[in-house]
Write a protein that binds this ligand. Structure first.
Ligand code: ADP
Ligand code: MG
Length: 228
């Protein structure tokens, strides 16, 4: 079997006296679509933040290939989030002052792509997600479903190895949610991008190759382990 793209081993993350993660372990394989569900407050978002390098766990390891992401500095993790990972949140993640096109072009511009090439790439991804007609609009002028499709385009535009999506349909009605999910899964499969999808919607989990459940800061079926 191919080695995992990203692996978390025995993650512990504390916020004050609250243990958000208590020995969580999870593997995300290349090209795999993994749905992570579990009760509210169980640690799903914290796990996603650790795997994607947004936060560093207090204990445990996050391996990205041979690289220890949990030990990587802020600069390296920021670079990885721009080049290798795409991240989609429930809402509020687009830059309000920028048009849809500029929002999607932004990761390419930050990576040093020329303005013309960044806009061409952005337009292509807006087209794939069916929102090219809204390229000149700002996030406030888009519906929730349209804004999420723009956010997906922004997450995919750099050709990431993995997309992390934290309840991307959580604020949408069921039809818009289904359109967003279908678009994400289709695009990810076509591009061979792995997806870690946090959701508490059973319907959404049905799009995944595999499901994992988080409970009390650990992943079920993966023994809670604390590394020393
Ligand atoms: P989920 O995404 O499953 O709802 P979270 O990972 O957001 O769970 O949160 C797990 C626990 O950690 C919750 O009790 C939450 O209140 C706490 N927590 C998460 N992030 C923070 C934070 N930045 N500061 C303080 N507590 C936090
Ligand atoms: Mg959450």
């Amino acid at each position: 079997m191919t080695p995992p793209l990203i692996e978390a081993r025995g993650l512990v993350k504390r916020y004050g006296t609250m243990d958000a993660l208590r020995g969580a372990s999870l593997r995300l394989h290349p090209g795999e679509i993994l749905a992570v569900s579990g009760p509210s407050g169980s640690g799903k978002s914290t796990l996603l933040h650790c795997l994607s390098g947004i936060v560093r766990p207090d204990e445990g390891e996050v391996l990205y290939g041979d690289e220890r992401l949990d030990q990587a500095g802020e600069t390296r993790r920021t670079t990885l989030r721009r080049t290798d990972f795409g991240i989609v949140f429930q809402f509020g993640q687009l830059v309000g002052e920028l048009t849809a096109l500029d929002n999607v072009a932004l990761p390419l511009l930050l990576a040093g792509t020329s303005r013309a090439a960044a806009h061409a790439g952005a337009r292509e991804w807006l087209e794939r997600f069916g929102v090219a007609g809204h390229a000149a609009l700002r996030p406030g002028e888009l519906s929730g479903g349209q804004a999420q499709r723009v956010a997906l385009a922004r997450a995919m535009v750099t050709g990431p190895r993995a997309v992390f999506a934290d309840e991307p349909t959580g604020a949408l009605d069921s039809l818009a949610g289904e359109q967003v999910m279908t678009a994400l899964v289709h695009a990810a499969r076509e591009a061979g991008t792995a997806v870690l999808l946090v959701t508490h919607d059973a319907q959404v989990a049905a799009y995944a190759d595999r499901e994992a459940t988080v409970r009390d800061g650990a992943v079920e079926g993966e023994p809670a382990q604390v590394l020393r």
